[in-house]
Design a protein around this ligand. Structure first.
Ligand code: C6P
Length: 404
């Protein structure tokens, strides 16, 4: 059982007021709040350990290097990668996907196909459009149904020996749909296509085992997992990371440089040009420890209860229509209110201390599918409470009375 009132004390920000009201933070899909242990890991690094990594013979640099590489080891263990060098530190999911798409742009040829789904975040669309533009490959889109679920039959029909990579999200940030990625990976592999999973919305809610999934790439951002912004992870199978060319050039990613030719460093450094985001990588490790101490299974169970509760209460409001009603859903509740602009609802409830996201959520193709301009999105975390959901629902009712 998750001890929610104890957990809330770990998050200093949850004590603050916004617009004179206690903060009710329901924008967890955008970014999560940070527990004190993560804040402390950051400040400890700068107060006691700060030095560049992999460069100095001096003790401080060696200490910083040790902590930085220990964070990589934590990620390897947490995601069950086979090798530590399969974990690349990036700025976040967006950079992880760009790294792979940029690499693939040099492997793809005219006639090849890249498959993504209608459910993707712009971060898992635009890099592939760029890769297709560069290489002459074509981008194909797996359709969804009116609940916001990927159509697996249509996916199978799109797969062929032309498919070189399938890139789909694990959980939709806009609808909360949990995609059947294991099935998608198995089917894609039958056609020898690589699979990239955009796990930005999944890793704070579901325990991920990349070997069990057998995905070729898995991407996430620390800031969605109670960790800092500006740091994330690309997991890649060793053979793929060997195959794709470096993403950026600079220090750290080289073996030998002459004006005639440069040879690249071994994995993972081939993909980590320049001074890395050392403090944030270490704090990412602290965030993973924190989540594991609570337990991802308990987190998922508790968040599912919050989602069911909020869904039940919001369904009783006649003006509300939920967008995204997949069978398998994470704690994301997107909805519209008649023809009222989502921004207007968001602004009114913000005055009451409630933080939700409004708009297209960087998924314009989902909005086009549902023929809407945007939604109001409440996304829940394990530090939210049923009482906060009641405050949110009451505020929403108030906004509806004002606007309808
Ligand atoms: N979604 C949201 O409010 P970055 O910005 O690189 O950390 O993550 C990008 C990203 C990629 N894929 C998915 C499924 C995501 O949800 C996100 C980030 C936030 O929904 C900010 S747009």
């Amino acid at each position: 059982m998750l001890n929610n009132s104890k957990i809330r004390k770990d998050f200093p920000i949850l004590n603050r007021q916004v617009n004179g009201k206690p903060l009710v933070y329901l924008d967890n899909a955008a970014t999560s709040q940070k527990p004190q242990v993560v804040i402390a890991a950051l400040s400890k690094f700068y107060q006691k350990i700060n030095a560049n990594v992999h460069r100095g013979v001096h003790s401080l640099s060696q200490e910083a290097t040790k902590e930085f590489e220990e964070a990589r080891l934590k990620l390897q263990k947490h995601f069950n990668a086979k090798h530590t060098h399969e974990i690349i530190f990036t700025r976040g999911t967006t950079e992880s996907i760009n790294l792979v798409a940029n690499g693939f742009s040099q492997l793809l040829q005219k006639g090849d196909e890249v498959l993504i789904s209608q459910l993707e975040h712009h971060s898992n669309i635009v890099p592939w459009q760029l890769a297709c533009e560069k290489s002459g490959a074509s981008l194909k889109v797996i359709p969804i149904n009116s609940k916001g679920e990927i159509l697996l039959k249509e996916f199978e029909q799109l797969l062929s020996n032309k498919t070189k990579i399938v890139a789909v999200n694990h959980i939709s940030n806009t609808l909360g749909t949990i995609n059947p990625i294991k099935e998608i990976i198995t089917k894609a592999h039958k056609h020898n296509a690589a699979v990239l999973i955009d796990g930005a919305q999944a890793t704070a809610h579901i325990a991920i085992d990349v070997q069990e999934l057998d995905c070729d790439f898995y991407c996430t951002s620390a800031h969605k997992m109670c960790g800092p912004t500006g740091i994330g992870m690309l997991y890649g199978k060793e053979e793929w990371l060997q195959k794709i060319p470096p993403y950026q050039g600079g220090g750290e990613m080289i073996k030998e440089v002459t004006f005639e030719k440069t040879t690249y460093a071994d994995l993972p450094y081939k993909f980590e040009a320049g001074t890395p985001n050392i403090a944030d990588a270490i704090a990412f490790g602290a965030a993973i420890d924190y989540l594991n101490n609570i337990g991802l299974d308990s987190i998922a169970k508790y968040e599912n209860e919050l989602l069911a509760y909020a869904t039940q209460l919001i369904s009783e409001i006649p003006e509300v229509k939920i967008i995204g009603t997949a069978q398998e859903k994470a704690a994301v509740l997107s909805f519209i209110v008649k023809d009222i602009h989502p921004f207007d609802i968001g602004s009114i409830i913000d005055k009451l201390g409630i933080a939700v996201r409004t708009g297209h959520h960087c998924t314009q193709p989902i909005m086009q599918f549902f023929d809407i301009s945007g939604t109001i999105r409440a996304s829940f975390s394990f530090y939210n409470t049923k009482e906060e959901i009641i405050v949110f629902i009451n505020a929403l009712k108030k906004a509806i009375t004002m606007l309808c």
